[in-house]
Design a protein around this ligand. Structure first.
Ligand code: ADP
Length: 387
């Protein structure tokens, strides 16, 4: 193993905030990134060597990335597994995680079937292709339930709760495409584990509690406010999930903790994930550096937590679309052990993820007080309409 200048180059499909934070993590390892994104000057652009402007599923764009890079990866599930696979083979460029894993994960139904077949505990689910099929499925599963588009959903878009038989027609119409339905989990908490597959090693980061509102992740805290045996079970399920995944890299594993302490898998992201942003300051190796180590075949780093850590997303709070201008940053920036991450998105709209705050505990702060402190620090933040 050796370091060179210029360093190893990794091509990344996607140049959003995940690409930006990958770029920030790449530098100390001497790794250079080239990202592709359809938006010129994407959030990742200032943190990487170069950006190729092109759609996530454009073959010529992926081809250019592969020709200029030693390894290929992706930070968005809209990448095209067929193109990644073909280009990877043609140019002899390793692609991680394996495109087959991306293919499985892109289809929420296929993902749940694969995991259920592997013995991973998941909420009860059914495939549905018509309002009639949905009604039949819910006669069996019961109400309420969550109807999910099989493909393309994120931040809860593509999910529709179905409260009663009266909702069936409208819910199905809202999805407008192939769907699956699953039991509504009356969870005690949502948890997440960032797992990592290296060339010959696998690791998990400490279990994180994730707090969603209207299906959008708002805050995380690690350790979670859950009993030790529940955390251990979450870790075991995450390790079982990693056994099903193919290819190196970091995987975001989202879980439900039920009222009786069971762990059910919600979904997997084959990439760094919002529930692992806290690892930048909170762990000895961040999820971003870990992903790059894994993809390039370097040894994985320690996933140990440095100290209890909470994070809070900075979400758009404006009507319509506006130029991004965040005010109130003096308070978080003046708070000890608090870090601000700004994603550099040019435009803000309601609930768009624009940045995040991370607060690392000093002394013996518990998860409850860390969450309260990071909320207080974020209180003055608000987007200001242009003059
Ligand atoms: P996305 O892919 O858009 O992130 P998810 O399927 O992960 O969508 O769902 C987003 C959020 O919606 C979850 O974090 C959870 O809060 C809620 N949710 C999803 N599925 C269920 C379910 N079966 N029961 C209860 N809540 C759910």
């Amino acid at each position: 193993m050796e370091l060179t200048s210029p360093g190893t180059t990794v091509g990344v499909v996607g140049g959003g905030q995940l690409g930006r934070m990958l770029g920030e993590a790449a530098s100390p390892l001497g790794i250079e990134l080239i990202v592709s994104d359809p938006t010129p000057d994407a959030p990742a652009a200032p943190a990487v060597r170069d950006q190729v402007v092109g759609e996530f599923d454009d073959e010529a764009t992926v081809q250019e990335l592969a020709e200029r890079a030693d390894y290929l990866t992706y930070e968005i599930e809209l990448a095209d597994p067929d193109i990644l696979e073909a280009v990877g083979e043609e140019t002899d460029t390793p692609v991680h995680p394996h495109p087959e894993t991306l293919r499985t994960i892109q289809d929420k139904l296929g993902q749940k079937r694969t995991l259920a077949d592997a013995g991973i505990p998941v909420p009860a689910f059914r495939a549905v292709d018509s309002p009639g099929a949905l009604r039949d499925a819910l006669d069996d599963l019961g109400y309420p339930a969550m109807l999910k588009a099989r493909e393309g959903g994120y931040d809860g878009r593509g999910n529709v709760p179905v409260e009663s038989p009266d909702d069936v027609e409208d819910a199905f119409a809202a999805i407008d495409g192939p769907a699956m339905v699953e039991e509504f989990v009356d969870y005690e908490r949502e948890l997440a584990v960032m797992g990592c597959l290296g060339a010959d090693d696998r690791r998990t980061f400490p279990v994180t509690e994730t707090i969603h509102e209207a299906e959008i992740l708002r805050e995380t805290v690690s350790p979670p406010r859950a009993p030790e045996e529940v955390r251990e079970r979450a870790r075991e399920v995450a390790l079982d999930v990693l056994d099903v995944m193919e290819g190196c890299g970091v995987y975001g594993i989202e879980l439900f903790e039920t009222g009786d302490g069971r762990i059910l898998l919600n979904e997997i992201a084959p990439r760094p994930h919002n529930s692992g942003h806290w690892t930048i300051e909170g762990c000895h190796t961040s999820q971003f550096q870990q992903h790059l180590r894994a993809v390039t075949g370097l040894p994985l780093g320690s996933t140990a937590r440095r100290a209890p850590t909470a994070s809070k997303n900075i979400l758009g709070d404006v009507d319509g679309r506006a130029r991004a201008r965040l005010t109130g940053i003096e308070t978080p920036l003046s708070t000890d052990r608090l870090s601000l991450h700004w994603y550099g998105k040019r435009e803000v709209y309601h609930l768009r993820k624009m940045g995040h705050l991370t607060l690392v505990a000093g002394g013996n702060a518990d998860s409850e007080s860390l969450l309260a402190d990071v909320r207080d620090a974020a209180e003055p933040l608000t987007f200001q309409a242009p003059d």
